[in-house]
Design a protein around this ligand. Structure first.
Ligand code: ADP
Ligand code: MG
Length: 447
C-alpha cells in the first residue's frame, strides 16, 4: 500500500502499464490519467474511471501518483507554432526539412495585423493569408474563427480549403507546447467527457459555466481570447502547485475555444453575494468567523508555498455546498500588456506599497485580508462607502482607517487594524491570523 489516500474526484496518474486486467480491473498504460470514484473497503484499492476511455474499474492505490506541477515560465505557450514577425523566406527556412503538414503561423509584414499560415507540402511551403473579417479570422472567407488557436485546432482535424491537414507544429525556438506539457503532467482533460450547462457567473475575461466532467459537477471558466488565455496559463500553473481544503481545486484544462479551466463546483457562489442575499437574519456571527478562518487558512497555505494572491477580496472567495469558504483566482499575475497601468488594480483592497511601488507580497495580501474581514462583518458591503479611489489613497496616507462595521466584535476590528499597518513588517502573518481567529471561534462556542 502506498499510504496515500485519494479522495473521490481526485485526478491521478498511473505509474506503470497494466495490460492484462483481471475481471473488474481497469487496464491502463503508464502516464494515463484516472479519476477516483471511491475507495474500496480495506486493502487500498480504488474504483476509478479512465479519463481517456471513460471505462470504470478497480486498481491498486500503489500504482497511482499525484499529478506533477506545471511551471509557469514564459516559454510555455498555447501557441508554440506562432513565430511573430518573420518574413516568408525565414518561414520557409524554419520549415526544413520538408514534411507534409509541418506548419507555423507568422505575422504578415506586408499587411500589418494579418497573419500567414505557412504549411509544408510536397517539398514546397504554401503561404495562406489569414485576414480579419468582422472581428474574426478567416483564410477562405467561409470558415471563421475567434482566434488562431481555434483556427489551428480546426485545420488539424479538417483539410478544408488548404493543401493538407495540419500535422505537426514547428515550435518557435525555445518555446514549449503548453498542450504537451499539460498532457505529460496529467492536467489536460478530455473534451469528450465534458458536458456544459448554464452560465453561473461572468468573469472579467470570460463566462463561467456549470458543467459535468465524468460524473462530477464542475465549474468551467472559458477564456476565448488567445492572448488572455496565454496570460491565464500562469494562474493555471499556480493552481497545479497547490492542494488545500480552502483553495478552489483545479481539475484540469482543455484547449478548446481558447482555454477551458475546469474547477471544482462551488454551489453557493461567491462570498459577497452569499452574505448580501442572506444578511444578519440568516448568517450567524459564528459562520462569519468560520468563513474568515477558512480564508486565513487557505492564505496561510499559499504563503507557505510562496504564492502571492494580489486580488484577495470577498468576491474571489467561493462557498461550497457544505459552507466551506475557499480562495479562488489566485496566482493571477494580472498581466497587463500595457505595462504599469494601475487602473486595473482593485484600489480599495490593495496595500499602499503595492499601489505605489508595485510591491506585492504576502504582507500586501494581509492588507487585502483586512479589507475582506471588513466586507465579511458588514455582510458584503463595499469598502470605504462614499469615498472615491483618490480620496481613499490620500486619507490612508494621513492615517485614516475604516470604522468597524456595525456590530463587529472588538477583537475582530483589532485584527483588521493590524492588517492595515502602513509598514508591511508590522502586519500579522496568516498563521498568526489563523491562531487568533481559532481562539475567537472557540471563545464564541464556549459562551
Ligand atoms: P474573474 O476573476 O475572471 O472576474 P471569477 O473567477 O471571479 O471571474 O468568476 C466570476 C463568478 O463566477 C464568481 O463570482 C462566481 O459567482 C462564479 N464562479 C467562478 N468560479 C466558480 C466555481 N468554481 N464554482 C461556482 N461558481 C463559480
Ligand atoms: Mg474574480
Amino acid at each position: 500500500m502506498s499510504g496515500k489516500h485519494w479522495p473521490p474526484g481526485t485526478q491521478c496518474v498511473t505509474k506503470h502499464d497494466h495490460n492484462k486486467p483481471k475481471a473488474g480491473e481497469l487496464a491502463f498504460r503508464k502516464g494515463d490519467v484516472v479519476t477516483i470514484i471511491e475507495a474500496v473497503e480495506g486493502k487500498g484499492w480504488y474504483r476509478a474511471r479512465h479519463n481517456e476511455s471513460g471505462q470504470e474499474g478497480l486498481l491498486a492505490g500503489s500504482v497511482l501518483r499525484e499529478r506533477g506541477a506545471i511551471r509557469a515560465d514564459h516559454k510555455l505557450s498555447l501557441m508554440p507554432w506562432f513565430h511573430g514577425k518573420i518574413s516568408g523566406v525565414e518561414a520557409v527556412q524554419e520549415l526544413q526539412p520538408a514534411e507534409d503538414g509541418l506548419f507555423l503561423v507568422r505575422e504578415s509584414i506586408r499587411h500589418p495585423g494579418d497573419y500567414v499560415l505557412c504549411v509544408s507540402f510536397g517539398k514546397e511551403v504554401m503561404h495562406y493569408r489569414v485576414v480579419h473579417e468582422e472581428n474574426m479570422l478567416s483564410i477562405d472567407s467561409q470558415q471563421r474563427f475567434y482566434n488562431l488557436i481555434d483556427m489551428i485546432e480546426h485545420y488539424t482535424k479538417e483539410q478544408g480549403a488548404i493543401c493538407t491537414k495540419l500535422v505537426k507544429p514547428k515550435p518557435k525556438t525555445g518555446m514549449k507546447s503548453a498542450e504537451e506539457e499539460l498532457a505529460k503532467a496529467g492536467w489536460l482533460l478530455n473534451l469528450q467527457h465534458l458536458t456544459l450547462g448554464d452560465r453561473i457567473g461572468q468573469g472579467e475575461f470570460g463566462d463561467v459555466l456549470e458543467g459535468e466532467y465524468m460524473g462530477q459537477k464542475v465549474a468551467v471558466k472559458n477564456i476565448k481570447c488567445d492572448v488572455t488565455a496565454q496570460a491565464f496559463l500562469a494562474e493555471t500553473a499556480a493552481m497545479t502547485k497547490v492542494r488545500h481544503k480552502n483553495l478552489v481545486r483545479l481539475l484540469g484544462v482543455i484547449l478548446h475555444n481558447g482555454l477551458y479551466i475546469v474547477m471544482e463546483f462551488m454551489s453557493k457562489g461567491n462570498l459577497v453575494n452569499f452574505l448580501r442575499t442572506r444578511g444578519r437574519a440568516q448568517v450567524t456571527p459564528q459562520q462569519l468567523l468560520q468563513f474568515s478562518l477558512d480564508v486565513a487558512q487557505g492564505m496561510d497555505y499559499l504563503e507557505s508555498k510562496k504564492l502571492v494572491h494580489r486580488d484577495l477580496a470577498a468576491r474571489n472567495i467561493l462557498i461550497s455546498e457544505e459552507h466551506v469558504a475557499k480562495v479562488s483566482d489566485f496566482g493571477l499575475a494580472r498581466v497587463n500588456p500595457k505595462g504599469t497601468d494601475n487602473t486595473v488594480l482593485p484600489v480599495k483592497w490593495t496595500a499602499p506599497e503595492a499601489l505605489k511601488h508595485n510591491k506585492f507580497s504576502s504582507k500586501s495580501d494581509v492588507w487585502s485580508y483586512g479589507i475582506l474581514l471588513w466586507e465579511v462583518f458588514s455582510f458584503g458591503r463595499a469598502p470605504y462607502p462614499k469615498l472615491s479611489l483618490k480620496e481613499v489613497t490620500e486619507l490612508l496616507e494621513e492615517g485614516y482607517r475604516m470604522d468597524p462595521p456595525e456590530g463587529c466584535p472588538p477583537a475582530i476590528y483589532a485584527l483588521m487594524k493590524s492588517c492595515w499597518e502602513m509598514e508591511p513588517g508590522k502586519r500579522p502573518s496568516f498563521k498568526k491570523l489563523t491562531e487568533k481567529l481559532q481562539k475567537e471561534l472557540k471563545h464564541l462556542r464556549d459562551v
